[in-house]
Write a protein that binds this ligand. Structure first.
Ligand SMILES: [Zn+2]
Length: 243
């Protein structure tokens, strides 16, 4: 199974779903992180030098998580104005043929993130289902899929800390708070979890095709998605992954 992520900035994959990347790798999946922009506006530095620095930081973080890395290097902060982004991303998805595409949620707080979300829908089309990733502190986001990253929080933090130019300790702390909250939502106090939402799209087929889950969890996932589709309360559950 090949899972591809498309994120806006060099540290986004590690902050938002670095634990899941490590979990998916531990299950034997190939994971490719695509970074849309060069991150040149992420600080008060010379933009060209900062872009080079952030590319190096992202490479180090991808090595920590043992993931493939593709840096598309679109101008930071201008993704929403780009006419080329969706077609470039589509070309990458056609080339990579991922079984699943993970992207920012459409109502994320950051314009670049929302542009990635829109581009992901165009690129995925009927080629791959899309999983939205929890925004910063989970604002206005209703998850229906959780990954237990408790055994992988340390790797996630090591990946985040590779981004020295971005006050990484701040994001490590936020990831702990959010991870504890999402784990507690699943009834596991003291653990860490990352949350996702599937877009409405042939739900049953997605759950069977994309997740190498034990059958019990596949059934729970199918039921949760069917209930979500019917506007019923969504039961929460947690995929347990152990190293
Ligand atoms: Zn970002």
């Amino acid at each position: 199974m090949h899972i591809a992520l498309i994120v806006a900035h060099p540290d986004d994959a590690d902050i938002y779903c670095g634990g899941s990347v490590a979990a998916w790798r531990s299950m034997g999946s190939e994971v490719t992180i695509m970074i849309a922009t060069d991150g040149a506006r992420g600080g008060n530095f010379d933009p060209e030098k900062l872009a080079q620095l952030r590319a190096t930081e992202a490479t180090a973080a991808a090595e920590v998580l043992d993931a493939n890395l593709i840096q598309l290097n679109f101008p930071d902060g201008e993704l929403a104005q780009s006419e080329e982004f969706a077609s470039r991303l589509t070309a990458e998805v056609v080339r990579l043929k991922p079984d699943l595409l993970v992207a920012h949620a459409p109502n994320d707080y950051h314009a670049d993130h929302r542009a990635v979300s829109a581009g992901a829908l165009i690129a995925a089309s009927f080629r791959a289902p899309v999983l939205w990733v929890d925004p910063m502190m989970g604002n206005d986001f209703l998850p229906n899929y959780y990954v237990d990253i408790t055994p992988f929080q340390d790797l996630k933090e090591r990946a985040i800390l590779c981004h020295n130019s971005q006050r990484p300790e701040h994001f490590v702390e936020m990831s702990r708070v959010q991870g504890h909250f999402r784990s507690a939502q699943c009834g596991q106090l003291g653990g860490f979890a990352e949350a996702f939402a599937m877009i409405p799209f042939t739900h049953l087929q997605i759950s069977v095709l994309c997740f190498p889950l034990p059958l019990r969890f596949s059934r729970l996932l199918s039921k949760a998605l069917a209930d979500a589709d019917a506007q019923k309360p969504v039961p929460v559950f947690l995929e347990k992954i152990h190293r």
